[in-house]
Design a protein around this ligand. Structure first.
Ligand code: AHR
Length: 323
């Protein structure tokens, strides 16, 4: 039976819970196996690779026949990947939208095709698509809080009288870049010791982070704090600083977000100050939330992930579990 017809029949005969149908969200049948789509945006860093692996690792135990794609850093390809999954008749879609706006039509198309969609790790513009209406829920971290926690740690641990900050932003138009900037800037600039002299995108990538840092160092040789929106750019910044004869950890404080193995090692080596965790291990949470939804539970619009903080005090204890 076609999905739209199944949906109409199910609603007419009350087969599914009233919650899913009352909200206008597509319902999800309880069954042994599901055809599941996971549309990854890119695989150019350890975080993304760990996230995709988490979905693969969860597939068998959750009864997923998983279709996983990689948009190779292109929002347009990610839209096309979702289109292809819809055409292949997936039951459920898990989507980390690369940027906040371009993926909105894909979310709405999945809903129109009767496919419940869960946004994982990144979200879309809340003014254009809403949890509980256009998609079931957002599963992810509080990115504003991550930025704020990095700022709090920096305020407590920066030793000098005057901090000159360079900020390396994530992908322009993405929810973590927007929110991590807001969380950090709002808090750090309340302390008059801190001045932000430059803030530029390194697209969440190590090599671009290094290149941007090289350029910004020439314009701002007095920089003594670098805030990177993810660990990959922080490591790139460390490379650029070392190449310029600077001593990360001694004359420049590097602070960041994610909790990758390389970042924890940099903290142990004294080159980085802190990384606030942003967990990529979404597979088990995606499974549990999908099953709750299929069982007729109302899913909270934001299934929030709680993050730890890695500092010189605990990095060695956690490095073996890092990715
Ligand atoms: O959306 C989460 C961010 O995206 C991670 O911090 C980053 O490493 C990834 O690419």
């Amino acid at each position: 039976m076609k999905r739209t017809l199944m949906l109409a029949t199910a609603v007419a005969f009350g087969t599914f819970t009233s919650l899913a149908s009352a909200s206008g969200l597509p319902p999800l049948e309880q069954k042994e196996r599901y055809k599941v789509g996971f549309s990854q945006m890119e695989s150019n860093n350890p975080w993304r690779i760990a996230e995709t692996k988490s979905f693969h690792d969860t597939a068998e135990s959750c009864g997923w026949d998983l279709i996983a794609t990689d948009a190779a850093g292109s929002a347009a390809k990610q839209v096309a990947d979702v289109d292809s999954m819809i055409a292949q008749g997936i039951d459920v879609l898990f989507l980390p939208p690369r940027e906040e706006k371009p993926l909105i039509p894909a979310v709405k198309k999945a809903k129109a095709a009767g496919i419940p969609t869960f946004l994982v790790d990144r979200s879309v513009d809340p003014n254009a698509a809403k949890a509980g209406e256009d998609f079931v829920a957002f599963l992810g971290s509080d990115f504003i809080d991550q930025g704020r926690r990095v700022a709090e740690w920096t305020i407590e641990n920066f030793k000098g009288d005057k901090a000159v900050i360079v900020e390396l932003e994530g992908t322009t138009g993405s929810s973590p870049a927007n929110d991590r900037k807001k969380g950090f800037d709002d808090r750090i600039l309340q302390d008059e010791r801190f001045e932000m002299v430059a803030s530029q995108s390194g697209d969440f990538a190590r090599d671009l982070g290094r290149q941007v840092m090289e350029t910004l160092l020439q314009a701002h040789p007095d920089v003594n704090v670098v805030y990177a929106h993810n660990d990959e750019m922080a490591i790139g910044a460390i490379q650029a600083l070392e190449l310029a004869g600077r001593k990360p950890g001694e004359d420049v404080l590097i602070v960041s977000i994610d909790g990758t193995r390389d970042a924890l090692q940099a903290i142990i080596d004294g080159k980085m100050g802190v990384t606030v965790e942003s967990s990529p291990f979404f597979g088990p949470l995606a499974c549990e939330t999908m099953k709750r939804y299929a069982a007729g539970e109302t899913i909270e619009p934001w299934v929030q992930v709680k993050d730890r903080i890695f500092t010189p005090e605990n990095a060695a204890k956690h490095i073996d579990e890092a990715y």
